[in-house]
Design a protein around this ligand. Structure first.
Ligand code: GLA
Length: 388
C-alpha cells in the first residue's frame, strides 16, 4: 500500500525532498454513545481501516492536496495563510481546519506541503473518516514541523477544528480514539477529565462485526447539534436543584430524583439516555474485565433501545439491522454505533455464527430496504502514527 501511494505521490508532485507516510485509523464505539459531550464515559476502539497520507514539505506557502477517494476534485491548491473557518467545504476542509487550529494556537507551521490522501473507511459509514483525516493531519504536522505536542493534545486540537472550522459541535470521542487507540484494546475514556485506561477486548470465541447500512448521514447537520442543545437545556434545569457540572455526574437514581425539574418531555428523555448510557458504559467495562461477554451484550442491546426510543438517533434501516441481528443465533449483542441517523451497527457474534449472521442480516435487509449491506469483521489496531 505504502509503496503504491509513494509512486502515486511522485507521479502527482514529482521527485525530490523528504517524502513521509502516515496512517490514522477509523474507530468503532462499543458502548457509550452521545455521552462524550455530557461529561460521561465512552468505550471506542481504533480500527485497522483508516486513512493513509503521504506528504512533503514545500519551501513556499502553497498547500496542495489530492485524494484518491475524490479524484474528481482533482488537485486542490491553496495557501497556508488562506483558511476560511465555517465557509470551507469539501474534503480538504478537514485537513485545512487542523492547520488553522494549530496555527491559531501558535504552533509554528510556516511553509506549505504537498499531500496525498487515501482512505479505506467507507464514506458516510459513521466510522469516523473525518476524525481519522483530522488526526492524520495532526500527526503529519507534528512530524514535519517538529511540533512539541502530545497525541491527546492533537485529539483536542482536531476536535477544536471540527467545532470551530467545520461547524460540527462534536465531542472528543472520535478524535481521542483515533489518536490514542491501541491494538486489541478499547479505550475507556472519562470525557469529564480525559483520564483513560486501555481495556483488552478478549472475546475468545466471538468477533466484532460491523454492519454498514449504507444509509449516509452527515454529522455536520442540525440533528446532532440539536441533541447536544437538548442535553444542555436539561442540564441547566437540573443545575437549579443539584450541584452538578455535567449529566455524567448523575447516577440513575439521582436522575430519577431530579428529573421532575426538566419541563420539556423531549429534553428529559435525552438526559435520561445520557445518564443511563454513561452508567451502562461503566458497567460494560467491568463485565468485560470479568470476561462476562453475555452481560456486555445485554448492555449493548439496552444501549440501542435507549438510543432508538429516548435519544431518537436511530432510523428504520438501522433498526431493521439490529432487530434482525437480535434474532440470529450466536448474537451476543447488537446496537447502532456512532453519531446515528444511519451509518453502522456493531454486533458481537460467536465465531461459528458469523457466516449465518452475514447471510441472514444481509438477506433480510436487502428484502426490506433494497439496499445491500456491507459487513466488516473489526480488527482493533493502533492509533495514528508515522509509518515511513
Ligand atoms: C459522533 C461525534 C462524537 C460522539 C458520537 C456519539 O461520532 O463525533 O463526538 O458524540 O457521535 O456518541
Amino acid at each position: 500500500m505504502e509503496k503504491k501511494l509513494i509512486e502515486k505521490f511522485i507521479s502527482l508532485y514529482g521527485e525530490g525532498g523528504e517524502i513521509k507516510s502516515y496512517f490514522s485509523p477509523g474507530r468503532v464505539n462499543l458502548i457509550g454513545e452521545h455521552t462524550d459531550y455530557n461529561g460521561g464515559h465512552v468505550f471506542p476502539c481504533a480500527l485497522t481501516l483508516g486513512t493513509y497520507g503521504v506528504a512533503r514539505k514545500r519551501e513556499d506557502k502553497t498547500l496542495r492536496f489530492y485524494s484518491i477517494n475524490f479524484e474528481n476534485d482533482g488537485m486542490i491548491e491553496t495557501s497556508i495563510d488562506d483558511m476560511k473557518p465555517l465557509k470551507d467545504n469539501g474534503w480538504t476542509a478537514y485537513p485545512k481546519g487542523v492547520i488553522w487550529a494549530l496555527k491559531k494556537y501558535e504552533y509554528k507551521i510556516d511553509t506549505g506541503m504537498d499531500v496525498l490522501i487515501y482512505g479505506t473507511i467507507p464514506d458516510g459509514s459513521g466510522l469516523s473518516s473525518s476524525a481519522s483525516l483530522e488526526v492524520l493531519t495532526g500527526v503529519m504536522l507534528k512530524d514535519m514541523f517538529d511540533l512539541n505536542i502530545t497525541m491527546d493534545k492533537i485529539a483536542l486540537m482536531c476536535q477544536y477544528s471540527e467545532n470551530n472550522y467545520n461547524g460540527c459541535n462534536c465531542g472528543i470521542m472520535d478524535q481521542f480514539a483515533v489518536a490514542m487507540g491501541k491494538k486489541d484494546c478499547a479505550v475507556f475514556l472519562d470525557t469529564s477529565d480525559l483520564k483513560y485506561e486501555y481495556s483488552e477486548v478478549k472475546l475468545d470465541d466471538a468477533k466484532i462485526v460491523i454492519t454498514n447500512s449504507k444509509v449516509k448521514h452527515s454529522l455536520v447537520d442540525s440533528a446532532y447539534n440539536d441533541r447536544r442543545n437538548e442535553c444542555e437545556k436539561a442540564l441547566k434545569s437540573i443545575q437549579k436543584i443539584a450541584k452538578i457540572k455535567t449529566l455524567g455526574d448523575l447516577s440513575e437514581s439521582d436522575f430519577e430524583t431530579y428529573k421532575y425539574i426538566i419541563d420539556d418531555e423531549v429534553c428529559r428523555r435525552r438526559a435520561k439516555h445520557a445518564v443511563y448510557e454513561n452508567q451502562r458504559t461503566i458497567k460494560a467495562v467491568e463485565t468485560l474485565k470479568n470476561n462476562d461477554i453475555i452481560e456486555f451484550g445485554k448492555l449493548m442491546n439496552a444501549s440501542h433501545v435507549s438510543l432508538r426510543d429516548d435519544f431518537e438517533v436511530s432510523c428504520d434501516e438501522i433498526d431493521i439491522l439490529v432487530d434482525t441481528a437480535w434474532s440470529v443465533p450466536g448474537v451476543i449483542g447488537s446496537r447502532i454505533t456512532g453519531g446515528g441517523f444511519g451509518g453502522c451497527t456493531v454486533s458481537i457474534v460467536k465465531n461459528e455464527n458469523v457466516d449465518e449472521f452475514i447471510e441472514k442480516v444481509g438477506k433480510e435487509y436487502k428484502e426490506k430496504t433494497g439496499i445491500t449491506a456491507e459487513f466488516y469483521i473489526a480488527e482493533i489496531g493502533d492509533g495514528a502514527r508515522v509509518i515511513g
